[in-house]
Design a protein around this ligand. Structure first.
Ligand code: GDP
Ligand code: IMO
Ligand code: MG
Length: 422
């Protein structure tokens, strides 16, 4: 398929990085379309582990061109650190990285405001990367964009103007120390030299590449239930990780998108606050966290763990138009005697027809479970569907039927080689 979107189907950390790395071998270009360094996409190749926050996972394949689209919010410091980290692993960027001139910059005041918001009464459990405050400025039409780095006069004017307002806010509303204008100016004026060469009109680039027959894989960050419109608001991120966001966040028109692949973890996790109907508490949850090594790739926070929620993923299928799914971390469930799958919710004694995104409803629903037998065998070395134990095959066909998609990939470990393709 010439343009394919990869989308997280739950609350993020489904294993998008690993699947993008595998699929990118078959694509010419990989493009990120939203989010920022709140993402943490892990790829394991041999003994090496790469955690990417801003640069698309395709960068690890030397023939693949990578694009950071207009919908992404970029912390230049985090970007340069990532470039340096990859260069230290001999990754060559020449002619392979393009950054949209329209992408917005994360400024030091965005990170500060993120942490101030998190210390108040409206805590979300953010990653602290300044994502929300940066998107606020974008939509308030006060943002500073990457292209502004190229025009020093304009950049200086915008930084001075924004800092006047933010420093007022910091001092008078939040009662914290103001930020040093000259220091920030110097830091941001310097970024120009090092980021300049990557900046371009990526919408024009992508469209011309597609017209000349090149293929594009769009790498979503976060997940459907963290979408600011379709997720569990207000416990969401501030962008649109859903497939619709891919068009807006790159400038590739919806008519050119051919396929959407959902990345689906074989159970459920979430980092940060917010409702989670199938969450496993206490020891049960801790066991799953341990088996799945469920600690945040960006913040190191322990992830909350729970049973697979087919009702939730079916909602995700609907919102994204997922036809095919990659099921990840199936190997992690091998320790269980029995595995529960949530097939619906009861609310006030009645079965809900549609997935509710309302916080108060989600906090009150009672998940309806079906119980399936476990397979109790290590499957991390399995490479064909036929070799899987019968119980694992039954589990897969049950979740695929209840969630409404076909399974095209099954991942049985973090490494590139640990994959079953159907
Ligand atoms: P992403 O944000 O969606 O890219 O996912 P993360 O990288 O944050 O989290 C997924 C974690 O699971 C990473 O540590 C991966 O190395 C690991 N992982 C991915 N696929 C599998 C799998 O099939 N089995 C196991 N055991 N680990 C996996
Ligand atoms: P990847 O791409 C999991 C969560 C945060 C918090 C909420 C808002 O690795 O799947 P933010 O910093 O975005 O304002 O935080 O969203 N969150 C993620 N959870 N995976 C991610 O990215 C996430 N990015 C943000 O934990 O609950
Ligand atoms: Mg992650």
């Amino acid at each position: 398929m010439s343009v394919t979107v990869i989308v997280g189907s739950q609350w993020g950390d489904e294993g998008k990085g690993k699947i993008v790395d595998i699929l990118s071998e078959r694509f010419d270009i990989v493009a990120r379309y939203q989010g920022g360094a709140n993402a943490g996409h892990t790829i394991e190749i041999g003994e090496k582990q790469f955690i990417l926050h801003l640069i698309p996972a395709g960068i690890l394949r030397e023939d693949v061109v990578c694009v950071i689209g207009n919908g992404v919010v970029i912390d230049p410091k985090a970007l340069l650190e990532e470039i340096e980290f990859l260069e230290s692993h001999n990754i060559d960027f020449t002619g392979r990285l393009f950054i949209s001139h329209n992408a917005h910059l994360i400024m030091p005041y965005h990170k500060l405001l993120d942490s101030i918001n998190e210390s108040g009464n409206n805590k979300i459990g953010t990653t602290g990367r300044g994502i929300g405050p940066c998107y606020i400025d974008k939509y308030a039409r006060k943002g500073i964009r990457i292209a502004d780095l190229l025009e020093k006069d304009i950049l200086e004017k915008k930084i001075r103007k924004n800092l006047e307002e933010k420093n007022n806010l910091l001092k008078k509303v939040y009662n914290v120390e103001e930020l040093d204008v000259e220091e920030i100016l110097k830091e941001y004026l310097d970024f120009d030299e090092r980021i300049d060469k990557y900046i371009t009109d990526t919408a024009a680039f992508l469209n011309s590449q597609i017209d000349s027959g090149k293929t594009v894989l769009m790498e979503g960050a976060q997940g459907t239930l963290l979408d600011v419109d379709h997720g569990t608001y207000p416990y969401v991120t501030s962008s649109n990780p859903t497939a619709g966001g891919a068009a807006v966040g790159t400038g590739i028109p919806p008519t050119k998108i051919n396929s959407v692949i959902g990345i689906v973890k074989a159970y459920t996790t979430r980092v940060g606050l917010g409702p989670f109907p199938t969450e496993m508490k206490d020891e049960e949850g801790e066991n799953l966290r341990k088996q799945g090594a469920e600690y945040g790739a960006t913040t190191g926070r322990p992830r909350r763990c729970g049973w697979y929620d087919a009702f939730l993923v079916n909602y995700s299928r609907m919102i994204n138009g997922i036809e095919r799914a990659a099921i990840t971390k199936l190997d992690v469930l091998s320790y269980l005697d029995e595995i529960k799958v949530c097939v619906g919710y009861e609310f006030n004694g009645k079965r809900l027809k549609y997935f509710p995104t309302s916080k108060s409803v989600l906090e009150q629903v009672k998940p309806v479970y079906e119980i399936l037998p476990g397979w109790k065998t290590d499957i991390s070395g399995v490479r064909t569907f036929d070799e899987l134990p019968k119980e694992a095959k039954d589990y897969l066909s049950f979740i695929s039927e209840k969630s409404g998609f076909e399974i095209s990939i099954i991942s049985v470990g973090p490494k590139r080689s640990q994959i079953i393709e159907l």
